[in-house]
Design a protein around this ligand. Structure first.
Ligand code: IVH
Length: 669
């Protein structure tokens, strides 16, 4: 391809990726698989790596992250970022509306919106391209977090349609409940302390240094305000609608996320509706915002020192109930972390019955000054796990007793340890504590780890009780007779399980490493380690300093890896896993060969088992080169169905070998 063709190909890929991004993230109607999408992205990234002059700031590859920002630059806001006056009382909304009616004689229309509970952001676009994204900071100046904001799929990197040439759009970045839950589940699995709530997590995420980690966290956004010198609309509602046309994710009116109203009754109706419905939203809101729609009237009403007079927030009180703390029990995680759990007198809260709540750790219990027998306050927002937020000391009875944190593991009775600087207590008996062994086995067979078909927690329990399993490597010693004789097992399910174990020998190294259950080594860290170290030997021999050279690997993770490989029991398990044939070699390097070195390919048409991009990827992975058009230098044309007749003729004229999918497969196998 010449430079013009390369540029055209890059432009085409960007348009195609933008199109699928919009379908996936904004319309929730994807047309291609994630895999196909990743291939498009990889093709674009490769071209941009090779031809950096065509690596545009708006390219969707920028969303994947990877830029490390050591320090965020402080930037002064062009328009100060004010806050909203707010109230918890309906009367004050009525008073606000009355005040407005006195100031202006215009007929007033209001826009009611959700008050998203996240982090405010101001994003500037010039000529339709995102140039800067700044946090609120103190309202006068904020931090430049552009690289991180670029990873948020619902915020366009470049706009379409009739956008103003220079403007700023403001909105809220938040973490949806399912993402927050998934993140905490992952943290629980690797023995990390849990995040407290989605808002703080979104805020912390936005200030992370590695934008690749931000990208993986799936933040989301809604936009709610437009700022600029020559904006073309005359009211807020049309500005939001317009933003939708330019490619922003805007609040859907049919779902009542945004609504026009011209009466206090309409406003109250909106407030009452969301006070109940907020629990069914996939993200957290802490109230609703009422704004005067017309910009001219907004101007007339003006601002106080801190907030606009034309808007007010009605905040919802977090729903809080009282109940009795009956007892505290202690759970043992697979890494040995001990979590205290409050057993409560069942109470209705936010649409569900609450019976238990996590107390996190000893410090939290002490901070709350909690006694067994206390009447406690429980709060819950959205789908978040209920929390004990305080004690009603007026109701503390004489027979309430202080909570004495357990000293021994509730399962194996080992003396618990608490490392300096850590909040969590641990059971140190990691290789013999039954709960930890079973937890490690369950983690090992899990979907994101070895994904072993036909094996679940109950079977693990039964096999453990029989004494067949004492470590993860024992799984590969299981015999048909041992399995088939278990309660509820039949011949077919026993065979399935054995086949599942057999199949797991093909699971790639990064997932095997994750499955091994090293404390603090989650999916992402495992991938980073595998990318850096070619095989398990290189990893287990690495020094602390060498480990810390890997992106995002700090002292805590490095220490944990070192101590894992110093434990003779772990080494024995590992030797066994190696000898049964699990993958301990970097999978990328496995796929690669130089079989196609020096050969140039043109891929054309539609294929049966591969997509065009998959074939192109395989060509590159095996040392070959892709080109866009046929010339005398082309070694092979890989032809699928519907290949254009002119291409076919050109290949024939130049006497170039035309091969099909099957021939190609043989070439690289
Ligand atoms: S309008 C002049 N609309 O609430 C202020 N803010 O307490 C313009 N927020 O900093 C803000 N949802 O982070 C507006 N629909 C919404 C909002 C919203 C959430 C946040 C925003 C702001 C804070 C004000």
């Amino acid at each position: 391809m010449n430079k013009i063709e390369i540029k055209e190909e890059i432009d085409r890929l960007i348009r195609e990726i933008e199109f699928h991004n919009h379908l996936y993230y904004i319309e929730s109607k994807p047309q291609i698989s994630d895999y196909e999408f990743d291939l498009l992205l990889k093709r674009l990234q490769d071209l941009e790596n090779e031809y950096s002059e065509f690596a545009y700031s708006y390219s969707p590859t920028k969303r994947v992250g990877g830029d490390i920002t050591k320090k965020f630059e402080t930037v002064v806001h062009r328009f100060p970022m004010l806050s909203l006056s707010n109230t918890y009382a309906e009367d004050e909304i009525i008073e606000w509306e009355n005040r407005i009616k006195k100031i202006t004689s215009d007929e007033i229309e209001y826009v009611c919106e959700l008050k998203y509970d996240g982090v405010a952001i101001g994003i500037r676009y010039e000529n339709g391209n995102m140039v800067k994204a700044i946090t609120r900071g103190d309202g006068i100046q904020g931090e430049d977090v552009t690289n991180n904001v670029k990873t948020i799929r619902t915020i366009p990197l470049r706009l379409k349609g009739d956008f103003p040439l220079d403007f700023e759009i403001r909105g809220e970045i938040f973490m949806p409940h399912d993402v927050f839950k998934r993140l905490n589940k992952e943290r629980e699995e690797i023995g990390e302390p849990l995040f407290a709530n989605p808002r703080n997590t979104a805020s912390g995420t936005l200030k992370m240094q590695d934008s690749a980690v931000v990208s993986a966290r799936n933040l989301d956004s809604y936009l709610y305000g437009m700022y600029g010198d020559n904006l073309i609309f005359d009211n807020h509602f049309s500005a939001v609608e317009k933003a939708g046309e330019w490619g922003f994710k805007i609040p859907p009116a049919p779902k009542r996320f945004i609504e026009k109203s011209n009466s206090i009754k309409g406003i109250m109706d909106f407030i009452h509706y969301w006070d109940k419905e907020r629990y069914n939203l996939p993200f957290e809101i802490d109230g609703v915002v009422i704004k005067v729609n017309d910009y001219k009237t907004q101007k007339e009403l003006g601002f106080t020192a801190k907030s606009p007079r034309w808007a007010i927030a009605f905040k919802f009180k977090a729903e809080r109930v009282e109940t009795l703390l009956q007892s505290v029990s202690y759970q043992v995680g697979r890494t040995g972390a001990i979590t205290p759990v409050a057993n409560l007198m069942p109470v209705a809260l936010g649409g569900t019955m609450v019976k238990r709540a996590s107390l996190h750790n000893q410090d939290q219990i002490e901070k709350l000054n909690l006694f067994v027998g206390d009447t406690v306050y429980i709060e819950k927002g959205g789908e978040i796990i209920p929390k004990v937020v305080g004690v009603n000391f007026m109701k503390r009875s004489a027979d309430a007793s202080p909570i004495i944190f357990v000293t021994n593991c509730p399962d194996c009775k080992s003396l618990l340890v608490r490392k300096e600087g850590e909040a969590q207590h641990y059971c140190p008996n990691e290789d013999f504590c039954p709960t930890q062994i079973k937890g490690k086995l369950e983690h090992f067979i899990g979907r994101k780890a070895m994904n072993i078909e036909g094996l679940g927690a109950e079977t693990i329990d039964l096999l453990f009780e029989k004494g067949y399993l004492n470590s993860i490597s024992d799984l590969y010693d299981l015999q048909f007779d041992q399995i088939v004789n278990l309660e509820g097992m039949a011949e077919k399910s026993a065979n399935n399980l054995l086949q599942g174990l057999q199949d797991s020998k093909m699971v790639p190294f990064s997932r095997v490493l994750f499955a091994m259950g090293i404390r603090h080594v989650g999916e992402t860290v495992a991938k980073k380690l595998v990318n850096h170290f070619e095989n398990i030997h290189a990893l287990s021999d690495a020094s602390k300093e060498e480990l810390m050279e890997v992106d995002e690997i700090g002292e805590k993770i490095a220490d944990s890896i070192i101590s894992y490989f110093l434990n003779p029991n772990h080494l024995k398990t590992l030797d066994k896993l190696i000898s049964v044939g699990l993958q301990f070699q970097n999978e990328k390097k496995l796929n690669q060969s130089n079989k196609l070195e020096g050969k140039t390919f043109v891929v054309s048409g539609v294929f049966e088992t591969f997509s065009r991009d998959e074939i192109k990827l395989l060509i590159e992975e095996n040392g070959g080169k892709n080109v866009g058009s046929i010339s005398s230098k082309t070694s092979f044309v890989i032809a699928g169905d519907n290949m254009g007749p002119s291409k076919l003729k050109k290949a024939e004229d130049l006497n170039i070998s035309i091969i099909n999918e099957e021939d190609f497969r043989r070439m690289i196998s």
